[in-house]
Design a protein around this ligand. Sequence first.
Ligand SMILES: [Cu+2]
Length: 463
Amino acid sequence: MRKRDPADEHETPVRTHGGAPLHAPPADAGEAYRLAYAAAQPDAGRRVVAIALEASEFDWNVAPGVTFQAWGFNGQVPGPTLEAEVGDVLEIRLTNRLPEPTVVHWHGLRVPAAMDGTEMVQRPIAPGDTFTYRFRLPDAGTFWYHSHFNETVQLERGLYGALVVRSAEEPTFDHERVLVVDDVELARDGKVKPPGGWIESHDGREGSTRLVNGKQEPELTMAAGQIERWRIINAASARYLRLSIGGRPFRIVGTDGGLIGSPVPATEILLAPADRVELAVGPFAEGEIHRVETLPFNRGSFKAHRKPELFATLRVGPQAPSKARIPETLRRIEPLVTGPVEANREVRLGFTLGLKHGVEFTVNKEQHHRADPVRVGELQVWDVVNRSPVHHPFHLHGFFFQVLQVNGKPPGFLSWEDTINVAAFGSVRIAWMPDDRPGEWMYHCHILEHHAAGMMAHFAVLR
Ligand SMILES: [Cu+2]
C-alpha cells in the first residue's frame, strides 16, 4: 500500500474552482496528517473499522433499460453505507481508479483538519494512488462522504455514500433505512450531462432523473403497525427537497448533528442540498400507498417547481408487531448561547456578474474568500446574510453550530447542524465553538455550482 504524504510533493498547485485562486495545503500538512493519523485511537472497548474504498467508473443501472456511466465507490451508487459506533476509529483506504484526481470529504464529522478531505489539507489523490483517512468518531448521527474535487462532475456522477454512527443509547425502532436522495441529468448517450450553461451556473443543476439510493423512483415497502427510522440525506447538487410522505404526519427525531431534544411532529420537511434529517415514520395501515415526493418550492431559481415530483412510492404491507419505543426526551442539547448576544462576524453571501460563469458567487464580495482566523475556545456568533435573490445552503466544515435566529426569529427547536439554508435576502445567526482542532477549514454554499463559482471561504482555527 502506498501512503500518500500531502507535503512530499511540490507540483503546480491545483486550480479546482474555476481556475481563480489557488487551493493548496500548507507546508506542514504532512506533519499534521501524521499526527492526526497516530492520534486516532478507539475508545476503550471500541474498535478500528477498516474499510477499503475504490473510486472508479462503471455502468450503473437506475431503472429497467436506463444505465449511465457512473463514477462511484466500490462499483455502486451510492457507495457502501459505512456504519460504526461512537468511539470507533474509521480507517478508510481510498484508491483512486478514476481518470482524474479526487479527494473525499467526511461531511459532518468532527475530524482533525488534516482528515477533512479538501485540497486545503491534502494533495488530491492522483489516479492509481491510495490515501488512508483515519479518525475517531466522536458523534452519533447520519453523515455522508463525498468527493470534494471537481464536484459538479464527480459528485454528480455518483461519488457519494452514507455514513451512520450509532451511540450506545438510541431510541428503539422496528426498522431503519437510509435514503440517499439525488437527481441526475442524463444525456442520450448514457452519460451524465457535463456541467454547462449560464442558467445551470446560476440555479445549480436539478436533474430530471430522480434517484433514491441510486434507483429511479423506487418502490419501498414497510409493514403496517410499525414505526421506522428514516435517515435521509440530500445528495443532490442543487435541488431542495420539500419532503412529504403522502402528506401524512411523521416525527422529526434528528438533524445534521444527530438526535434533537424531543420528537417534533410535521407533515413536511425542507432538506437543502447536503442536509440530513432523521424521521420516525409510521405507523400506517395495510394497503396504504404514499408518494414520497418533493412539494413545489421556490428557491429563487429560474427553473421553478410548480408541481410535486415523485422520488419513491411507499407501499404498506401486512401488519407486524411493533417494539418501537421513542422517548419524549431523545437527548439533552446544551445551548451554546443563553440570552441576548451580538454577532462577532458577518458572512455575506452575494453575487456579481462576471465573464467566466455569467454569475459569480461571492462571500464578503470575494470569490474564494480568505476569512479571518478564529481561536480555539472562543465562541463564534456569525450572521450569515444572504444578499442575493436565491437561497443558499451554508455548510461549515468540521464543526457543528446551533441556529440562534432565522430571519430574526428563533428556530422551532434546538439542534446541531453543519448545513443550514439561508433564504434569498434572508439571514441566519449561528453559534459555534472551535474546539481544539487547529488547521485550515472552510465554509461554502453546498449548491455545487455556486461553490465552484467561488461562494466559499477559507479560514484557520488557531490555538
Ligand atoms: Cu449557493
